[in-house]
Design a protein around this ligand. Structure first.
Ligand code: GLU
Length: 318
């Protein structure tokens, strides 16, 4: 015979199960902990989780390898959403470049975020004045799965170079690259990233280093031939050792998902961000100048997810 205590306990368990069934766990792919993607994911989750009682979502944003790793994880259904460079959003959806033969038809765009200049930072004692001076040097080209490694390969290809043109092409993660530069294990690091960021701040605080320009014919052609590349400027004075503006090219950080993720989930995520947009913009200096009307179109090449479109239409933005 069941005691009253047992029945009460069962009741509590049933109630617990009912509440749990309405809760949905969502995961956002980010990047290295010293980059900006990690802050994008953490910021979105913070806003989504503030509304958990009404949207039923529990959001987490773990550190990952970056753009390519995130797109592949979303495609495999291992993650729901992620941050990815606009060039790799484009190539994944169109099945081009690294995604040739591996088209991600179900890729959907949600919004774009900050600009990401292709950034080369070099030790001052390595005498590297521009990208061409990297020939024969020890360069951290980016970890596997990162947008910077993939975009670096595009740049090398455009210039007719290969990884063999470097004395060393290391694949350290953002969290390790600053120390490698400081310890003189590499002469330069490549990072496609928003500014300011922790990794470069750490690098310039341990060694005399500066950001060098990435310009010239091959880069001009990349910009002319591809809608997702544009000239970019890294403002002088942002980092110790770089007082003048530096010209390079860049992409946008974008937020992507899959058509398999339900409309109400994406709607709730987008609503959490844009209903609290002033709060969101304060979460990182790279978000300071974001504008809603640009975020819903710039850098997006995959179709908009219907859950996002619904919210943008409600706000009268499209
Ligand atoms: N753009 C880099 C990537 O795609 C990540 C930069 C960051 O973590 O902020 O891997």
């Amino acid at each position: 015979m069941k005691t009253l205590k047992t029945l009460t306990l069962m009741g509590a368990m049933l109630a617990g199960t009912a509440a749990f069934a309405q809760e949905r766990f969502i995961t956002i792919g980010t990047g290295g902990q010293t980059g900006v993607y990690f802050v994008v994911g953490q910021s979105i989750c913070r806003l989504v989780n503030r509304d958990s009682a009404t949207n039923g979502l529990k959001c987490t944003a773990p550190s990952t390898g970056g753009s390519i790793a995130n797109i592949n994880a979303i495609k495999a259904g291992d993650m729901d959403m992620g941050v990815a460079q606009s060039d790799w959003q484009y190539h994944a959806y169109n099945g081009t470049s690294q995604f040739e033969g591996d088209k991600f038809d179900k890729e959907r765009a949600v919004f774009s975020v900050h600009g990401e200049p292709f950034t080369v930072i070099a030790r001052k004692d390595a005498n590297i004045g521009d990208f061409d001076d990297l020939k024969g040097k020890r360069v951290n080209v980016g970890n596997p799965g990162s947008g910077q490694l993939a975009t670096m390969e595009v740049v090398l290809d455009a210039k007719g170079w290969t990884m063999d043109d470097f004395a060393l092409a290391s694949e350290l993660k953002p969290a390790e690259q600053a120390a490698a530069l400081g310890d003189n294990k590499v002469d330069a690091i490549i990072y496609t990233v928003g500014h300011p960021n922790g990794s470069i701040q750490e690098a310039v605080s341990t060694v005399d280093a500066s950001i060098v320009p990435v310009t010239g014919e091959a880069i001009d052609k990349l910009i002319a031939d591809n809608p997702f590349y544009a000239t970019a400027t890294i403002p002088g004075g942002m980092y110790k050792g770089t007082d003048d503006d530096v010209t390079t090219f860049g992409v946008k950080a974008t937020f992507v998902t899959s058509s398999d993720v339900p409309d109400d989930v994406i709607y709730a995520v987008v609503k959490a961000v844009f209903d609290n947009f002033d709060r969101f913009k304060k979460l990182h200096p790279a978000f300071e100048n974001l504008k809603e009307e640009e975020m819903i179109k710039d850098g997006l090449s995959a179709p908009l997810h219907p859950g996002a479109e619904k919210y943008y239409k409600e706000r009268g933005w499209m």
